[in-house]
Design a protein around this ligand. Structure first.
Ligand code: ATP
Ligand code: MG
Length: 266
């Protein structure tokens, strides 16, 4: 039997008057790869950030988020690593990348500065930054967008988390670079046994890289299950509509999903 890593029950999130999520249940198996899909504004980021414990203070929530896979309350950075769409948002522009990663290692692994720097170089090498050791003293702006996202990934993994939450980690990148990052994520997840929750607009990506899919529509979970089943034999008309749009990696982000006629789904 597979062990449950994460158990969300009846999650509701409000930002003032806006109900971003309502009554959402979710279960994620240890080592599982869950893709959260749905159109813009459906609550994907809210769900991801609620699980990461990163909702803004103004948000009110109800329900429960439990981690049966952990013996303790999860700590951000240590148990949960987070990767955002824009790597610039998670990297400090005025701090050397080696120092940024080493700081996470020191904070969460309790190591000294020298071994944290060694570990930072190992992590940069792990995400395929060429000549990692000699790049420790470089600043984020010295790298391309794809490389910056690799560095952000190294920082997200520096605490040795068991869960990685990635909110559209490749949407801001060129198609070819997207593939590289997605392949890298796949490789890391498979090798390290990480549990992965990723948000995407991209059905093709979800079908290739997730074993489980959760479909959000206007803040509600309309369908969840094995990826092959949800995408192969969707049970909800909204999922059918999503699949019907033939979303591909190279469709501009804001154009995707916009054509769906959801008037009959109320
Ligand atoms: N900090 C916030 N304050 C107020 N409202 C918010 C905030 N964040 C999100 N919302 C609202 O909550 C709803 C869900 O937003 P969320 O960002 O979770 O959607 P999303 O599915 O991630 O969309 P996108 O695909 O555009 O990233 C939307 O109506 C959004 O406007
Ligand atoms: Mg979002």
């Amino acid at each position: 039997m597979t062990e449950t890593y994460l158990h969300v029950r009846n999650l509701g999130v409000n930002y003032g008057e806006t109900a971003a999520l309502q009554g959402v249940p979710l279960e994620l198996a240890k080592g599982g790869r869950l893709a959260v899909i749905g159109e813009s504004g459906s609550g994907k980021s809210t769900l991801a950030m609620a699980i990461a414990g990163l909702l803004p203070k103004s948000a009110r929530y109800e329900g429960s988020i439990e981690f049966p896979g952990l013996a303790h309350r999860p700590k951000l950075g240590k148990d949960i690593g987070v990767l955002f769409q824009d790597p610039s948002g998670s990297l400090d522009p005025v701090m050397k990348i080696g120092d940024q990663i080493a700081e996470v290692v020191m904070t969460h692994q309790g190591t000294g500065w020298i071994s944290a720097r060694v570990r930072a170089a190992e992590l940069l090498d792990r995400v395929h930054i060429p000549k990692a050791l000699s790049r420790l003293n470089s600043y984020p702006h010295e790298f391309s967008g794809g490389q910056k996202q690799r560095i952000a990934l190294a920082a997200a993994l520096a605490g040795n988390p068991s869960l990685l939450i990635a909110d559209e980690p490749t949407s801001a990148l060129d198609t070819v670079v997207q593939r590289h990052i997605v392949n890298l994520l796949d490789e890391l997840v498979r090798e390290s046994g990480l549990t992965l929750l990723f948000v995407t607009h991209d059905i093709a990506l979800a079908s290739e890289r997730a074993d489980q899919i959760a479909v959000l529509y206007k803040g509600r979970l309309v369908e969840t299950g094995a990826a092959a089943r949800v995408l192969g034999r969707p049970g909800h008309p909204y999922t059918k509509a999503l699949i019907g749009t033939h979303i591909s990696l190279d469709t501009p982000r804001r154009k995707r999903l916009a054509e769906i006629d959801t008037s009959e789904l109320q």
